[in-house]
Design a binder for this molecule. Structure first.
Ligand code: PMP
Length: 355
């Protein structure tokens, strides 16, 4: 007799709810940490010329050699460090999880943090251990080191800066975690462009450290390109899990072109950083709003009733992220991405009427 999906699909997968992406057409979109700026017209023309010449009938360069070379320059990848590229850094998290998923293996992270760490651990059959952050969203060094000793995780993820809290953790505590961990520690630097701190220059110091970056927050979220940097003795194995041609022709040729204009990306990131300062200051002045410090392109804040404020903003055409209910430490918390000056002004104007 034919089996039903209930018979065939894994119990843990059937129990999952799909990652929900809300409809955003026509909204001021401040929910997903995207860069709000498009590229200058002359660069758009150069991209169009590359796309016109691209061999869409052929598979892409499987090693993405030219793109890797550009990334090495733009991201200051130390000499001798290996790279693996992913279809977004999400795909790299998945490759890492699959690579270590022996029976009983553990992935360790902090909480609250990027939800895909826990989700992907589940997909790969890893047990996820989440160590709570302290009340001010710092790393709890004792609890972390304790968990590393007792759980012996194969894989540790630390987002630096952290999402959704926005802060940079204490680098000394991260260094102690890397030194104590028996397996791989990935420092996820998705928000590096807005932070001014990195473990990339410290790769040589720690044999078990991998640094992950993405182009998504830099203005190229639509391309889906992430990278993992570290020692070849780890990355040679991770690379075997990469599906052939995971970085498509269009992503390769567009990224190669845009990365030649690093100044454009840097200028946009600088504008976003200065807008962040302005939005932070404005939020701090609002009664009934608690604002958390940010080294990223988004700001976490707490209000009296997150659901009401979120709905009120949405009704007025502004989409942010409601984190209430996602973790006890995020009760009544909302997260807003830093947008253009106009978008931020509109957000603040409407928020003021709701608080
Ligand atoms: N890491 C962190 C900390 C993130 O916040 C995100 C995106 N929200 C990602 C990784 C994934 O980014 P992408 O797959 O777009 O590279």
């Amino acid at each position: 007799m034919a089996k039903t999906p209930d018979d065939i699909i894994r119990d843990d997968i059937r129990a999952l709810s799909a990652y929900h992406v809300p409809a955003s057409a026509g909204m001021v979109k401040l929910d997903a940490m995207e860069n709000p700026y498009s590229l200058p017209a002359d660069l758009q023309v150069a991209i169009a010329a590359r796309i016109k010449a691209a061999a869409l009938n052929r598979y892409p360069d499987p090693s993405a050699a030219e793109l890797k070379q550009r990334l090495r320059t733009v991201m200051n990848i130390p000499v001798g460090v290996e790279l693996v590229l992913g279809n977004g850094s999400d795909e790299l998290i998945q490759m890492l999880a699959l690579a270590v998923a022996k029976p009983g293996a553990v992935m360790l992270g902090v909480e609250p943090s990027f939800v895909m760490f826990r989700m992907i651990a589940g997909f790969a059959g890893l047990r996820f251990v989440g160590v709570p952050l302290t009340a001010d969203f710092s790393l709890d060094a004792d609890a972390l080191l304790d968990a590393i000793r007792t759980q012996q995780p194969a894989l540790v993820f630390i987002a630096y800066p952290n999402n959704p809290t926005g802060n940079l953790f204490d680098a000394d505590v991260i260094a102690r975690v890397i030194a104590a961990a028996p397996g791989i520690v990935v420092v996820d630097e998705a928000y590096h462009a807005f932070a001014g701190a990195s473990f990339m220059p410290r790769l040589a110091e720690f044999p078990n450290l991998l640094v992950m970056r993405t182009l998504s927050k830099l203005g190229l979220a639509g391309l889906r390109l992430g990278l993992l940097a570290g020692r070849s003795d780890w990355l040679n194995h991770i690379d075997k899990l990469r599906l052939p041609y995971n970085i498509n022709v269009l992503t390769q040729c567009v990224a190669v072109e845009v990365l030649q204009h690093e100044d454009v990306l840097n200028a946009q990131a600088a504008t976003i950083r200065s807008e962040r300062t302005r939005v932070l200051a404005a939020l701090q002045k609002l009664r009934g709003v608690t604002v958390f410090p940010s080294d990223a392109n988004f700001i976490l804040f707490r209000v009296a009733e997150a659901g009401r404020v979120f709905d009120g903003l949405k009704q007025r055409g502004i989409l942010i992220k409601n984190l209430h209910g996602s973790h006890p430490m995020l009760a009544d918390c909302l997260r807003v991405t830093v947008g253009t000056p106009d978008e931020n002004a509109r957000f603040l104007e409407v928020l003021t009427t709701l608080c």
